[in-house]
Design a protein. Structure first.
Length: 74
């Protein structure tokens, strides 16, 4: 949401945006979000680097039932 708010001030001007999120994280930057919002479209999975689409969190591998201490969550 922060990026969408910044997109309102930057608009689709790549010189103001700098495209930092796109170049460093592979995520839609302010100017691309502004374009998407102006067109009334949703963010496409094609706009997100493949790294983020391959993330997998498997709780079975990282935490065994006997190791879990739910009292820490309270």
């Amino acid at each position: 949401m922060d990026e969408v708010r910044r997109a309102e001030s930057v608009g689709t001007d790549k010189t103001k945006c700098g495209c930092l999120l796109m170049s460093t994280m592979g995520l839609p930057c302010e100017c691309s979000l502004a374009k998407t919002v102006n067109e009334g479209k949703a963010i496409s999975l094609d706009d997100i680097h493949i790294h983020w689409k391959r993330l997998k969190f498997d709780a079975a591998d990282s935490c065994k039932e006997e190791d879990a201490d739910l009292s820490l969550l309270l």
